[in-house]
Design a protein around this ligand. Structure first.
Ligand SMILES: NC(=O)c1ccc[n+]([C@@H]2O[C@H](COP(=O)([O-])OP(=O)(O)OC[C@H]3O[C@@H](n4cnc5c(N)ncnc54)[C@H](O)[C@@H]3O)[C@@H](O)[C@H]2O)c1
Length: 251
C-alpha cells in the first residue's frame, strides 16, 4: 500500500498504460481520478477498481483548458487535494514530416504537449499551496532515439522530456518532483490501431517485435510498475529524469 490516501489524477486512464496504472495505483491505496476522452472507458476502469467510492471517472479532452479546469475542480470537490498528477494521455500519429498535415501536427502538439502545460499550469499552484506533490509525464523512447515515420510524435515527446527537466529544476525546492517515463513499444490498444494501419498488420507486428532487443513488446503493466516507483516515496531523491522502460531499445 505505497500510495495510501494519495489522490492521483491519471489522464488517458481509459486504456493501455493509463488503465494499467490506474488499477495498480488503486491497488496501492490511491484514490484515482481516471480522466479520458472516452467516458465509458474511464468508467469501466473505475468499475474494475471495485471500490467506486475511492475512484472517479471524468470525461475530458486534456488539450482543452476548460476541460482541464473542470478535472481539477471536480477532483478537489471530491477528494479535497491532489497528490499525484500522471500526464499520460497521448496520440501516436504516423508519418515523415512531408506527410504530416498541419492539422495532424497541431493535434499532436495539443494532445501530447499542450495538455501537459495545461494540467501542470492548473495543478502546480495547488501543489505549491499544499507544500508538494508528484508529477509524472509519459514521454517515449522516440524522444531519445530515432524511429521512422514518427516526426510529429518524436518532436512532441522530445518537448515532454525538456518540459519535465525544466519543471523539475523550477520546483526542486518546493517538494514537487517532476519525472517522465520513456516507454519502448508497448502492447496497448493504440499499438493495435497503428498496426491496423499497415497493409499487412501481422507482418507489421513481426517487424515491431524484430526491432526489440529483448525480442518482445512491453506490457502496460510493466510501464505501470515504473510509474508506481517514480511517484512513490522510494523515489523521493529522483527528479527530472527520463526513465526508460524499453527492453533495451535505447541502449
Ligand atoms: N504504446 C506504446 O508503444 C507507447 C510507447 C511509448 C509511449 N507511449 C505513450 O504512452 C501514453 C499512453 O499510450 P497507450 O499506448 O496506453 O495509448 P492508448 O491509445 O492505448 O490509450 C490512450 C488513452 O488516452 C485517451 N486520450 C487520447 N487523447 C486524449 C485526450 N485529448 N484527452 C483525454 N484522453 C485522451 C484515449 O481515449 C485512450 O483511452 C501516450 O502518451 C503514448 O504516447 C506509448
Amino acid at each position: 500500500m505505497r500510495l495510501t490516501d494519495k489522490v492521483a489524477i491519471i489522464t488517458g486512464a481509459g486504456a493501455g498504460i493509463g488503465r494499467a496504472t490506474a488499477l495498480l495505483f488503486a491497488s496501492e491505496g490511491a484514490k484515482v481520478v481516471a480522466v479520458d476522452l472516452d467516458l465509458q472507458a474511464a468508467e469501466a476502469v473505475v468499475a474494475e477498481v471495485g471500490a467506486s467510492s475511492l475512484a472517479m471517472a471524468i470525461q475530458a479532452d486534456v488539450s482543452v483548458l476548460a476541460d482541464v479546469q473542470r478535472v481539477v475542480a471536480e477532483t478537489l470537490d471530491r477528494f479535497g487535494r491532489i497528490s499525484i498528477l500522471f500526464n499520460n494521455a497521448g496520440i501516436v500519429p504516423h508519418g515523415k514530416i512531408h506527410q504530416t498535415t498541419e492539422a495532424e501536427w497541431d493535434r499532436t502538439m495539443a494532445v501530447n504537449v499542450r495538455s501537459m502545460y495545461l494540467m501542470c499550469h492548473e495543478v502546480v499552484p495547488i501543489f505549491l499551496k499544499q507544500g508538494g506533490g508528484d508529477i509524472l509525464n509519459t514521454a517515449s523512447a522516440a524522444a531519445l532515439r530515432s524511429v521512422v515515420d514518427r516526426a510529429a510524435y518524436s518532436a512532441s515527446k522530445g518537448a515532454v522530456v525538456a518540459l519535465t527537466k525544466s519543471m523539475a529544476l523550477d520546483y526542486v525546492r518546493d517538494r514537487i518532483r517532476v519525472n517522465c517515463l520513456c516507454p519502448g513499444t508497448v502492447d496497448t490498444p493504440s499499438l493495435g490501431q497503428r498496426l491496423a494501419a499497415f497493409p499487412d498488420p501481422v507482418e507489421a507486428r513481426k517487424q515491431f517485435v524484430a526491432r526489440q532487443p529483448m525480442g518482445r513488446l512491453g506490457t502496460a503493466e510493466e510501464i505501470a510498475q515504473a510509474a508506481l516507483f517514480l511517484v512513490s516515496d522510494e523515489a523521493a531523491f529522483i527528479t527530472g529524469i527520463a526513465f526508460s522502460v524499453d527492453g533495451g531499445f535505447t541502449v
